[in-house]
Ligand binder design. Structure first.
Ligand SMILES: NC(=O)c1ccc[n+]([C@@H]2O[C@H](COP(=O)([O-])OP(=O)(O)OC[C@H]3O[C@@H](n4cnc5c(N)ncnc54)[C@H](O)[C@@H]3O)[C@@H](O)[C@H]2O)c1
Length: 322
């Protein structure tokens, strides 16, 4: 048997929704390396990058008939469901956020169940709310979010758990914190300020930050998030004890601490604080999250602290922007 024949037999057919967003754009190349380019199907929506190389489909996760046609065309084994409206966009368009985030998820779960697939779904720290303990927020705690985004994430978590318990679907999820990355810009979330600061500092511009300087939120460098996602999906099924979504955590810092870190490289970088409606989202989310379940169950460990994250962000963005 040739090497490529062995590869086709061993490799899994993977569907990625939201493949060109902030997370997808970094997850897809990893999945292509792992399973072979021909085995990863990217389901784009309204934006397809010119330089994408790989199997491409275009459509809407709300459209069940379209999704059914995809499952008929490709014999998927695994689905990474990332398509979603994020927190800031979701507050502007709550009806659309509900239908993309909930109908989209239910469509994916139904097809995955019928076809015995394994599913990854992205939850968020937005499941928490103002009544949740703010420091070292536990895995099992009060989930009373005040954003439509958070409402869809709590509902989505319960739906995932239900599909696992009722139908035995192997669905796994992470409550991602704010993610910092340099390849794609973030797609309309509340933690976008952290990434925007790096761009402005490198471009030599002043930054107007849309949250207060004392706003502290859990954050993570993208490489850690991708590593955690792949690790969770590779873990033995019997080790997965959480079917809503795992708390997933790395670092946590105030907005002004990030500014100080960036000023070590760009001492003239200036920031003024003009909180807008996104402050309310930030205020309702934890300062830090206890992710010991993920660490115990499947060995999660982060690699990037604030200093190391800032160093790689600056190194890569300087190259990208100049
Ligand atoms: N980036 C973060 O900091 C962060 C933090 C917590 C959770 N998450 C979650 O991770 C997942 C991916 O996030 P991201 O940051 O890559 O988001 P993103 O906004 O960058 O990308 C989401 C993608 O979904 C696609 N999409 C939107 N509506 C669609 C539809 N109707 N049909 C098909 N595709 C559609 C968009 O084209 C977009 O490319 C989301 O579920 C998000 O809630 C992200």
């Amino acid at each position: 048997m040739s090497h490529s024949e062995v590869n086709i037999i061993m490799s899994k057919r993977v569907l990625v929704t939201g493949p060109f967003g902030q997370i997808g754009s970094e997850l897809v190349p990893e999945l292509q390396d792992k399973h072979g380019k021909e085995n990863v199907v990217a389901l784009g929506h309204n934006y397809i990058p010119d330089d994408y190389e790989g199997v491409l489909e275009q459509g809407d996760v709300k459209d069940k008939e379209f999704l059914e046609s995809l499952w008929e065309k490709y014999d998927f084994d695994v689905v990474y469901h990332l398509a979603s409206l994020l927190s800031a966009t979701g507050e502007k368009r709550p009806d659309l956020a509900w239908s993309v985030n909930m109908d989209g998820l239910k469509n994916i779960l139904d097809l995955a169940r019928e076809n015995d697939n394994k599913v990854f779904w992205a939850s968020s720290i937005a499941v928490f709310g103002p009544n949740t303990p703010m420091d070292d927020t536990p895995q099992h705690t009060i989930l009373e979010p005040v954003t439509m985004y958070g409402v869809t994430k709590v509902s989505g978590e319960l739906l995932c758990q239900y599909y696992n318990e009722k139908f035995g679907l192997d669905v796994r999820g992470l409550r991602y914190p704010g993610l910092l990355s340099w390849k794609e810009k973030p797609g309309g979330g509340t933690t976008d300020y952290a990434v925007e600061m790096f761009y402005k500092a490198i471009q030599g511009e002043k930054y107007t930050c849309f949250v207060r300087e004392d706003t502290q939120l859990p954050m993570m460098y993208m490489e850690d998030a991708i590593e955690g996602t792949l690790q969770l999906m590779e873990a033995d099924e019997e080790d997965i004890t959480i079917r809503t979504s795992y708390n997933h955590s790395a670092i946590s810092f105030r907005a002004d601490k990030l500014v100080e870190e960036i000023q070590r490289y760009y001492p003239d970088f200036e920031v003024e604080y003009e909180p807008d409606e996104r402050q309310k989202n930030a205020d309702s989310w934890p300062n830090s999250v206890d992710d010991s379940k993920a660490r115990e169950d499947w060995g999660w460990d982060h690699k990037y602290d604030l200093e190391k994250m800032a160093e790689v962000m600056i190194e890569n963005l300087e190259e990208k922007l100049n």
